[in-house]
Write a protein that binds this ligand. Structure first.
Ligand code: ZN
Length: 129
């Protein structure tokens, strides 16, 4: 699938962010090995620490959708507030859990492509247990 199609889902998710405190809107879209797109937006909470990032919400949507299709080919992340917008450290670890291979971000008018090992080198995952 064209990464631009996945990024378009991330843009749409960002428009649905619940971010009344930071006003920092983020959308993420995951493309699975089976070719399905799952998206999520950031959801903040009045007790700030309970806020959840777009990437983790997208991963949760994927994980709870189809147990046979939990491998992440790529994740696209978009924010109208920051370009590029990369996943935070916590989200990188959650994406790692599902074997994320590539991260795609908006860089001006083009998409930037990053191998997952580039943004979380020497990572710890399920095979290390
Ligand atoms: Zn995050």
């Amino acid at each position: 699938m064209d990464p631009e199609t996945v990024m378009e889902a991330a843009r749409a998710a960002a428009s649905r962010a619940y971010a009344p405190y930071s006003n920092f809107h983020v959308g993420a879209a995951i493309l699975t090995g089976g070719g399905t797109i799952h998206s999520g937006s950031n959801v903040e909470n009045a007790s700030y620490g309970l806020s959840i990032c777009a990437e983790r919400n997208a991963a949760a949507a994927m994980a709870s959708a189809d147990p046979e299709d939990r491998g992440i080919e790529l994740v696209a992340v978009f924010s109208p507030n920051a370009a590029p917008c990369f996943p935070c450290g916590a989200c990188r670890q959650v994406l790692r859990e599902f074997g994320c291979k590539e991260v795609v971000v908006q860089e001006g008018g083009r998409l930037g492509h990053y191998a997952f090992d580039q943004i979380l080198p020497n990572s710890f995952g399920p095979e290390n247990l």
